[in-house]
Design a protein around this ligand. Structure first.
Ligand code: 6PG
Length: 247
C-alpha cells in the first residue's frame, strides 16, 4: 500500500517521520527482537536525524536492539563532508546510546567500489539470515528523491538500476559526482516499510512525475521502487507536493 502525507514544512514532516521511526522500531523489536533501518543520505533527513537524538524520541527508542545501515554511500572517508555516514553520525548517532556494533557503516576506504559493495553484501547476509535466492527484509528503509528521479544511488540509465541479483552494487552519481555504493532495487523492494522524505519546491516536478506521471521506470529509478509485500509512505512538504493533482 502506498500512502502520501503532506506537511506544512520540513520541520512538521520530520516530526511525523520521527514518530514513524519510533513506532517501526518498537514494532520490530516486539515482533523480531530487533529493528533494522537503512538510512538515507543527502540533506533532507538531517532534521529527522537531529530530532531522533532529542527528547521525546531519544527516550522512546529501544537503542540496544536498533541496527542502523545505509541505503548508499559516497566513496569518501567517513570523516569527509560528503559522507552519508558522517551526516547521520554527526546529527544523530553520536548523540545516542546506540551500541557501536549496531552501526553498520558501508566501509569504502582501502577498497575498490566493487570490493566495498561485496563486503557490504556480506555484512547484510551475516545480519539477515536469508536463504539463497531470498532477500533481506529491512524493517524500515528511509529514501530521498533526487530531481532526476534517482533514489539511494540508483541514478537514471545507471547499470546499478538493472542489478537484480546482488544485494549491493557500485554506482556513479552526480551532485556530487562521486563513485557510490548502493543497495539494489530488490533490497529496497523487500523492505517491510519504505518511508520517502521529500521536501522543497525543486522536487515538485519529479514528485508529480513519480507519483502521477507516465514516465518510464527505466528513466526514473524511483518509479521502480515498489514494495513486494511491504508498505510505502511518502512524506512531502507542501512545496514538494505543490504540483500533485488533487486525487
Ligand atoms: C545521497 C542520497 C540520495 C538523496 C537524494 C536527495 O547519497 O545523496 O542517498 O539518494 O536521498 O539525492 O537528496 P537531498 O535530500 O539532499 O535532496
Amino acid at each position: 500500500m502506498t500512502q502520501v502525507r503532506v506537511f506544512p514544512d520540513l520541520q512538521h514532516l520530520s516530526r511525523a517521520a520521527a514518530e514513524c521511526v519510533v513506532s517501526a522500531a518498537r514494532h520490530g523489536v516486539r515482533a523480531r527482537g530487533r529493528f533494522s533501518v537503512a538510512l538515507a543520505g543527502g540533506s533532507t533527513p538531517r532534521v529527522l536525524y537531529r530530532l531522533l537524538a532529542c527528547t521525546p524520541y531519544r527516550a522512546q527508542m529501544p537503542w540496544p536492539s536498533v541496527h542502523c545501515f545505509w541505503t548508499d554511500e559516497r566513496c569518501v572517508p567517513p570523516e569527509h563532508a560528503k559522507s552519508n555516514f558522517r551526516m547521520a553520525h554527526t546529527a544523530w548517532l553520536s548523540h545516542v546510546p546506540l551500541p557501536p556494533a549496531n552501526i553498520h557503516r558501508i566501509v569504502v576506504e582501502q577498497r575498490t567500489p566493487a570490493q566495498a559493495a561485496a563486503r557490504y553484501a556480506q555484512v547484510l547476509r551475516a545480519f539477515f539470515p536469508v536463504a539463497d535466492g531470498a532477500w533481506p527484509a529491512f524493517d524500515l528503509i528511509l529514501l530521498g528523491l533526487g530531481e532526476d528521479g534517482h533514489t539511494a544511488a540508483l541514478f537514471p540509465r545507471s547499470p546499478a538500476v538493472q542489478e537484480t541479483r546482488r544485494l549491493v552494487t557500485p554506482s556513479v552519481g552526480d551532485r556530487p559526482a562521486l563513485p557510490r555504493i548502493t543497495l539494489t532495487l530488490p533490497v529496497l523492494n523487500h523492505a517491510r516499510q519504505l518511508l520517502w522524505l521529500v521536501a522543497g519546491r525543486r522536487k515538485a516536478a519529479i514528485v508529480r512525475l513519480v507519483l502521477q506521471g507516465q514516465a518510464s521506470p527505466e528513466t526514473v529509478p524511483a518509479r521502480r521502487v515498489r514494495p513486494v509485500t511491504g508498505d510505502a509512505c511518502w512524506f512531502l512538504d507542501q512545496a514538494a507536493a505543490r504540483q500533485l493533482l488533487a486525487s
